[in-house]
Design a protein around this ligand. Structure first.
Ligand code: AKG
Length: 309
């Protein structure tokens, strides 16, 4: 199935979302839209939607201007690696025509995720207050915080997975917040969620526990244990999954200021960045829980690319 997109000239153009070399769906009944939520409905109603759907997409939760300023701060630094087109505003995040040295970008990124500015972005009072209310107690933010950028025109896509696979050393009441840092319309490859799949993830997890009683505690919590697929993914074949589970991939045009909350059992993935304006996709995914629940100690360190989590 293709999606219609408004071009900057006002024309309609259609394109297909793609992940891992496959069109997300060629069948209209396998694709749908995420439902946006107004943060003003209050925390009880938000919690209800989260439990029912496995996600909530809170529209305009953060001040848009501040999110875009932070995008500019990140890309202003990464411009030193040649990631950004020379002479452009880092807030626009326009990719340079020539791909930079990935090792240099990764090194810089590892500094940025240790920065006070990033810490401040993730711990801003609006977020902290809301998470306290949402978790009905004192919220804890895992130190391991991931910031991802995706160059347009590459085949990079996050395979389908649910987050608990990487967080099995603590509570299963973890909540992920995926925050677009800038606009991420569908063609830029934001997160896509498998509708109703928090029930599927919970079932997979129960089956995993039943089958893995013989693993050592260290191996059992590892997403890379011998009984997992490579990388802990459920699959890279997204269209096949929608058929297999008889459901739909839900997509959205995310805007700067939106935040997603998703359950650790909710299956999600990303599509490739096909942005015609050559914009980089930038997002962060961070995890909260009630401080009194068991904490997975492996997440007590800053994100590093070789931490095997
Ligand atoms: O941003 C992505 O591509 C993946 C994010 C993710 O898997 C998550 O938020 O749990």
């Amino acid at each position: 199935m293709s999606i219609s997109m408004q071009t900057t000239q006002g024309d309609e153009e259609s394109f297909s979302l793609v992940a891992n070399g496959k069109i997300l769906s060629t069948a209209p009944n396998r694709l749908g839209d995420l439902t946006p939520t107004d943060p003003g409905i209050g925390v009880a109603a938000i919690r209800h939607l989260y439990e029912e759907n496995g996600y909530v997409w809170l529209k305009g939760f953060l001040p848009r201007r501040e999110v875009i300023e932070f995008r500019g701060w990140v890309f202003g630094h990464l411009a030193n690696t040649g990631l950004i087109a020379p002479g452009t505003d880092p807030r626009d995040g326009i990719a340079s025509a020539i791909a930079p040295d990935n090792r240099a970008v990764d090194r810089y990124l590892m500094s940025l995720v240790r920065s006070v500015a990033y810490e401040g972005f993730c711990t801003q009072p609006r977020m902290a207050r809301f998470m306290d209310e949402f978790l009905a107690g004192i919220s804890y933010l895992h130190k391991r915080k991931i910031m991802r950028h995706v160059r347009p025109g590459t085949t990079i896509a996050t395979p389908a997975h649910y987050d608990l696979v990487y967080l099995r050393g603590g509570t299963s009441r973890v909540v992920t917040s995926w925050i677009p840092i800038g606009d991420i319309p569908a063609e830029m490859g934001g997160l896509t969620y498998l509708e109703g799949s928090h029930a599927i993830g919970a079932r997979m997890e129960r089956e995993f526990n039943e089958r893995n009683g013989d693993l050592s505690p260290e191996e059992r919590v590892s997403a890379y244990n011998r009984n997992m697929t490579e990388g802990g993914w459920v699959s890279k074949d997204l269209p096949e999954m929608a058929e297999r589970f008889d459901t739909r991939w839900l997509t959205a045009d995310y805007e700067a200021g939106d935040i997603m909350l998703h359950s650790p059992f909710m299956i999600h993935a990303s599509t490739t960045n096909q942005d015609k304006g050559h914009r980089l996709r930038l997002s962060t995914d961070i995890r909260y829980q009630n401080v009194n629940d068991e904490i997975d100690a492996r997440w007590n360190n800053h994100w590093s690319l070789d931490d095997m989590l």
